[in-house]
Ligand binder design. Structure first.
Ligand SMILES: [Zn+2]
Length: 885
């Protein structure tokens, strides 16, 4: 009854809308017929065209239009329910639609519970004939690829309004889950551009500004995260929202709609066979090829070009095309060749936006039908996938993983939270165990046994891999999570694991430290906690003086003598302009919100006498609050810069100024203590103000370079030599010596020749597309504060080695020998990296130059190296140059 009233209200609303003639002049004949012609529709449900007042594809659908339409249709239909499952960073809602027959809707909870029981072997739930197949249609994880979002309107319309036995069968045999929009912020950014530069007369000229937008901002979320790399790491709220639902339902089929380059045709799974992750069962890949059958039939029936088995793969398990395949389901990626606007001239003919909306919509129906046709097999497969986990665990040599994060409960919490999020069971370690030279302590370390339902997912997160069938990867070649989190961890064989090790199951809370005692002399906190930099920023931001300890010291605290590590932060009462009362309040906030324990020290005197420093020791360094300018813009790597913005703004609550690189010239650098150049395109970057940056560093500024930004700063700041001081060597001569002579016959004979058939493989062989390398960290250096082990794991996705600088103290991290821990790198690249610098910290004039060969903040999941970057902000002046020679 409520629905009828709302229906009348909606009709009134529709009647009150201005009548806009559908922009049919924008609809090309080949793309004219949006809906399957052999179906009738319930006239009570408004079509997207009637609701929008324009043809689909004539102009992109805005987020609020999509939200209003889907909500309106759900109100009118007893087949649909809709729920807001979360909000983006920019506060836009993410909708989740459950579409099924009215009979199934009436017992939807029961259906869900029965279905999930298939994934829990202990329950022993049989597959029964009345169990629907669960199909998940996912639109808009990449906001720039907006035709997928528009396709969510006709599919919701179809699911609500289509009549006849075919759709009745589909709805009674399936539960279809529609998520729209996965990435509303990126989508809104895209649509704003398209609308801003839309013309009355569609302009297919690729040079038109409509087609030339900065797709990176729209592909990603607010902080530049690629949400289709978030299925496993779920560090972003959008991914948290939909992955919560995903695990709640464990769909049999998950389909992802995208756009690719404009010069392609139409892709859908399966991807390149030789690049399927070894943990994905063959049976899963076979089901992929069968479920997409109806999509092939549809495209064949219209003689449309498409391809699979190429370009994309099922290797990186943190994306939509692969994650479901290690969770008992299948993942199908669809990619339409982008029209980059309403219409675009391409070498394959005119691409239209409507064409892509239509293809995505019609293959959505096809995929749902493909899933229904394979219902029994998909459900059996899912049940067997989880049922066989125990057998797989029995034959696998590793029986459990133990792990710990000494001195940093927050990092441990984030890791366990991630495992629990993916329904992986974690237990207390009951007894101490020593493995690989590290003792894991009962009560501190945790253990994950492999004999559990998520056996394969656990392995995919913990294992390392260095042997590959194919050297080419669409994404990273490895993502071993304990290494990303910088944890101590070890695998346990059957000989080492016994039941007395495994304690009670745990789910951790964000750690909160005990409130500090009242200090009579000084407060001190350790630097090992993940949120210690946030704590220090609170102190400095309140105008409180703080100093960092360059070496261990033993001080008397209210709880007895305590040995503090290097990097500990001292907040004494000497010369403070802030009252003791206010300082104490901030220390309480630090304990509560940052989970950092604050010690109350009662005397400045070293407890061990002159064998250790007193609190007023001369080498303790006073600290300044960092004022950070982060260089962003079109030529900068938006992922790298976004990760830094996210780390500082979202995690550390630190203010950071973002400035476009092309607009850096007019900035008064003296407002800032730090200038950060992340990765990006630097080949043609030779600004006239480079000299100003050099002078600013000489006067005390710190520049931080990451990846290509590090190479540029190395050449233009750290190793820069004034041209006139190059003694007597004319510039022309230097160039001539590099390549200026005719080749000798033996040199010509050495020029290699390959078959063109090998080109793709040879192109791939030299790429370091994302591998984990081992480095040796100088933990005595201020940039190593907070770390207790010299070995550190680094995610590397560039290959140029960074030579060590002349200052022998400045190579804070050097790559180990051998350097590769997990992932793919050619022997040539491995050899070239051995012993070279991964992190350089050098003084120049009054300032500092800090260079990271790799991205320490990779995808917001590299918790283990975030502190290196934060150390570069807080301790960039805490080390001294080498003595003059
Ligand atoms: Zn995409």
């Amino acid at each position: 009854m409520r629905k009828t009233t709302r229906f009348l209200a909606l009709v009134a609303l529709l009647l009150s809308l201005p009548i806009i003639a559908p922009a049919n002049e924008r609809v090309r004949a080949t793309d004219a017929e949006m809906y399957p012609a052999d179906v009738t529709y319930d006239a009570r449900i408004p079509t997207p065209e009637a609701f929008l007042g324009r043809a689909l594809g004539a102009a992109p659908v805005r987020h609020h239009e999509l939200v209003n339409y889907i909500k309106a249709v759900a109100e009118l239909s007893d087949r649909l329910s809709v729920e807001v499952i979360g909000y983006s960073h920019e506060r836009r809602p993410i909708l989740f639609v459950v579409a099924t027959s009215p009979e199934n809707q009436a017992r939807i909870e029961e259906i869900k519970q029965q279905h999930i029981a298939l994934t829990e072997p202990d329950i022993d739930q049989p597959v029964t004939a009345d169990m629907p197949v669960i199909t998940w249609l996912n639109y808009g994880v990449h906001g720039a690829e907006s035709s997928g979002m528009d396709a969510s309107l006709p599919i919701v319309y179809y699911l609500a309004a289509a009549q006849g036995p075919k759709v009745d069968q589909l709805l009674s045999g399936s539960v279809i889950l529609v998520t729209a929009v996965f990435n509303p912020d990126g989508h809104a950014n895209r649509i704003a551009w398209l609308d801003t530069f839309s013309s009355n007369i569609p302009n297919a000229d690729p040079n038109h500004i409509e087609h030339d937008y900065d797709a990176r901002l729209a592909r990603t979320n607010h902080y530049g995260f690629d949400l289709n790399r978030q299925w496993m790491s779920v560090t972003q709220p959008e991914a948290r929202a939909w992955m919560t639902k995903w695990h709640e339902w464990r769909p049999n089929v998950s389909v992802d709609y995208h756009e690719m380059g404009s010069e392609q045709t139409y892709y859908f799974a399966p991807g390149v066979a030789s690049r399927t992750h070894p943990l994905i069962p063959d049976e899963g890949m076979r089901l992929v090829t069968e479920v997409v059958g109806p999509s092939e039939d549809f495209l064949d029936s219209e003689a449309r070009l498409y391809f699979h088995g190429d370009r994309y793969d099922h290797f990186y398990l943190g994306k939509g095309a692969a994650f479901p395949l290690v969770n008992g389901g299948i993942g199908i990626l669809h990619e339409a060749s982008s029209a980059r606007g309403i219409e675009l001239d391409t070498s394959n003919g005119l691409r239209t936006y409507r064409e892509n909306v239509r293809k995505h919509f019609r293959t959505s129906i096809a995929n749902a039908e493909g899933a229904l046709a394979k219902k029994q097999e998909l459900l059996d497969y899912q049940r067997n996938f989880y049922d066989s986990a125990s057998d797989a665990a029995r034959t696998h040599s590793v029986k459990a993983y133990v792990f710990a994060s000494p001195g940093d409960e927050a990092r441990l919490y984030h890791f366990v939270d991630l495992l629990n999020f993916h329904r992986i069971k974690v237990y207390d370690l009951e007894r101490d165990i020593t493995e690989g030279g590290i003792t894991y302590r009962a009560g501190q370390a945790l253990i994950v046994p492999l004999d559990q339902a998520q056996h394969r997912l656990i392995r995919s997160m913990f294992e390392t891999m260095t042997e590959f069938q194919d050297p080419k990867f669409y994404d990273v070649s490895t993502w071993t999570l304990p290494l990303a989190f910088g944890l101590d961890y070890a695998e346990l064989s059957a000989r080492r694991l016994n039941s007395s090790l495994v304690g009670t199951e745990v789910s951790l809370q964000m750690p909160v430290a005990d409130l500090p005692d009242d200090a009579s002399y000084s407060y001190v906190f350790a630097w090992s906690g993940y949120y210690a930099p946030r704590a220090l920023n609170r102190v400095l931001g309140a105008g409180i003086l703080a100093r960092v300890a360059p070496r261990e010291f033993v001080a008397q605290t209210t709880r007895g003598p305590y040995e503090f590590d290097r990097g500990s932060i001292i907040v004494s009462f000497d010369r403070q302009e802030v009252s003791r009362e206010n300082i104490r309040e901030i220390m309480q906030i630090i304990a509560e919100r940052d989970g950092v324990f604050v010690h109350a020290v009662t005397s400045g005197r070293s407890v061990i006498g002159t064998a250790g420093p007193d609190l007023g020791g001369q080498f303790f360094k006073p600290l300044d609050k960092p004022e950070v300018l982060l260089v962003v813009g079109r030529d900068m790597d938006w992922y790298n810069t976004g990760e830094i913005w996210h780390l500082l703004d979202e995690r550390m609550n630190m203010q950071v100024t973002l400035r476009d690189r092309s607009r850096l010239g007019s900035v008064d650098l003296d407002r800032y203590t730090h200038l950060v150049f992340a990765g990006g395109e630097f080949d043609a970057y030779a600004p006239e103000y480079a000299d100003r940056i050099r002078r600013w560093v000489d006067a005390g500024g710190t520049v931080i370079g990451i990846r290509q930004g590090a190479d540029w700063l190395r050449a233009n700041v750290l190793d820069y030599v004034e041209p006139e001081s190059v003694a007597g060597v004319p510039v022309e001569m230097e160039i001539a010596s590099e390549s200026g002579h005719d080749l000798l016959p033996e040199e010509i004979a050495e020029i290699e020749r390959f078959s063109y058939a090998e080109k793709e493989m040879r192109d791939a062989i030299d790429v370091v597309g994302g591998a984990i390398f081992s480095g040796d960290l100088d933990i005595a250096h201020p940039l190593g504060y907070g770390y207790s082990r010299r070995e550190i794991s680094l995610l590397k996705n560039t290959k140029e080695p960074m030579e060590r600088p002349l200052n022998p103290f400045a190579t804070v991290i050097a790559y180990s020998t051998p350097p590769l821990k997990s992932g793919y790198a050619s022997d040539k690249n491995k050899d070239a990296l051995e012993g070279t610098a991964a992190l350089i910290a050098d003084r120049k004039g009054e300032g500092s130059v800090i260079l990271f060969a790799d991205d320490p903040n990779f995808r917001g999941i590299w918790y283990g190296t975030n502190k290196l970057f934060l150390n570069a902000l807080f301790f960039s002046k805490a080390f001294d140059p080498p003595p003059e020679e």
